[in-house]
Write a protein that binds this ligand. Structure first.
Ligand code: IPE
Ligand code: IPE
Ligand code: MG
Length: 243
């Protein structure tokens, strides 16, 4: 049997995207309200950000709240928003300690005005940080992102800022929320679900997928390394032929 690669021998994916799922089931297993699962999940996100950077990941994009998650009860939505708001608040302090550059992706115009202000402050305060580039998706949907991008493109074409003849994949990409990040190399989804749930539909075209049954609040460094080990066994051909 092939020897397991040591951590230092592993190729570390430059950009990891995570669909952090399973907070509700984690709580249910413990006879706790779903909101308790979200609280532990938010704490885990802070931990995984630190670990991701220590391991050598340069970009981390996490799906925290989808355009479809508004369909949940008001109590649950309010709790998640409060946790995310608190998270953004602490990020302003911690991001500068660990040199993290934070961006929020998604349509933030539907969020409370004070939260929108906090997001703008966080992005501004951390924009030149050279450490982990952290994207957090809040009120994000891949289809919504594509439609918003298309609207801006048509407005720019109408107003003479964009020549429709020059529209290519690179220009299209520059209209997306993720324009400052390369495409993800590895997508992880926790909790056993094997679907995208409207995440990064354009950006995941050639990403490697890794699904685990582990619930997000239990996802730790060992699990992350397992995903990276699996990534190291993949042969990325991009439509070509292996030499
Ligand atoms: C993921 O956990 C967090 C969000 C989608 C906001 P869930 O809340 O979806 O947990 P499950 O899937 O119900 O267990
Ligand atoms: C996807 O998880 C969205 C986030 C993780 C933010 P969901 O739990 O909402 O997805 P579905 O409903 O199982 O597809
Ligand atoms: Mg879920």
């Amino acid at each position: 049997m092939a020897k397991k690669k040591e951590e230092k021998e592993l190729v570390i994916p430059r950009h990891v995207a995570i669909i952090l799922d399973g907070n509700g089931r984690w709580a249910k297993k413990r006879f706790l309200p779903r909101t308790a699962g979200h609280a532990v999940g938010a704490k885990n996100l802070e931990k995984i950000c630190r670990i991701a950077y220590e391991v050598g990941i340069q970009y981390l994009t996490v799906y925290a709240f989808s355009t479809e998650n508004w369909n949940r009860s008001k109590e649950e939505v309010d709790t998640i928003m409060k946790l995310l708001d608190d998270y953004l608040n602490t990020c302003i302090q911690t991001a500068n300690e660990n040199k993290m550059c934070c961006q929020v992706i998604g349509d933030i115009t539907r969020l409370r005005p004070d939260m929108q202000k906090r997001i703008a402050a966080l992005e501004e305060a951390t924009k030149d940080n050279p450490g982990l580039h952290f994207n957090i998706a809040i009120n994000y949907g891949g289809r919504d992102e594509l439609v918003r991008a298309a609207k801006r493109m048509t407005a720019d074409a109408r107003d003479g800022r964009l020549d429709p003849e020059k529209l290519d994949q690179e220009v299209f990409n520059s209209y997306l929320d993720t324009k400052d990040s390369p495409d993800p190399d590895l997508l992880i989804r926790t909790s056993g679900e094997e679907r995208l749930s409207n995440f990064l539909l354009w950006q995941l075209a050639y990403t490697e997928f890794y699904f685990t049954d582990v619930l997000w609040p239990d996802f730790d460094k060992a699990e992350l390394m397992r995903a990276i080990e699996k990534y190291n066994t993949r042969d990325r051909r991009y439509g070509g032929v292996k030499q």
